[in-house]
Design a protein. Structure first.
Length: 170
């Protein structure tokens, strides 16, 4: 009986300890590996690198914004424009990790740079514009959305415009 109580105490302590550990909010190697796998898979199926880049750039920027919102909820706002600093860091870390993985080595160039990089820059830029527009709309409507999921709709519209721009210019 003593062993059961000891095991129960250990289990309870582990559960209590795991509840106090903060969530990991880093730009992780697993995300980088998954992104690299997505690029390789998309290339296999013939999806243009620029289109994949738009998705990666948007995801990287929005990940930075998500990390900022999670930090803000905990009261961890340390610098002015922290949302944009974290978003830029997320995009830069993504680009650097893909460069290290030699995924920009494809011979297809767009606007004088690898198509994947051009797509990442276009996607992250358009997502940043969409997020800014979303915040402006909210500031004029008493911090409320005009439609449900307004931020998501803005980012998805920006991604669509980015892919159309790529289709027209290439």
């Amino acid at each position: 009986m003593r062993n059961v109580l000891t095991m129960r105490n250990i289990l309870n302590n582990l559960i209590a300890l795991s509840a106090t550990v903060p969530a990991a909010l880093a730009h992780c190697p697993l995300c980088t590996a998954a992104t690299g796998a997505a690029v390789v898979t998309a290339r296999f199926y013939g999806v243009p690198d620029s289109v994949v880049g738009v998705l990666i750039g948007t995801f990287a920027l929005v990940t930075g914004l998500w990390v900022h919102n999670a930090m803000k909820k905990r009261g961890w706002v340390f610098i002015p424009a922290q949302a944009w600093v974290l978003s830029l860091a997320s995009v830069v870390l993504t680009v650097v990790s893909l460069h290290v993985g030699k995924l920009f080595a494809a011979p297809v160039l767009l606007w004088g740079m690898p198509a994947l990089l051009a797509g990442i820059l276009l996607g992250s830029g358009m997502a940043g514009i969409a997020e800014g527009a979303h915040r402006v709309v909210r500031s004029h409507t008493g911090n409320r959305n005009l439609v449900p999921l307004q931020g998501l709709i803005a980012v998805m519209a920006a991604m669509t415009v980015s892919v159309v721009v790529l289709g027209v210019t290439t």
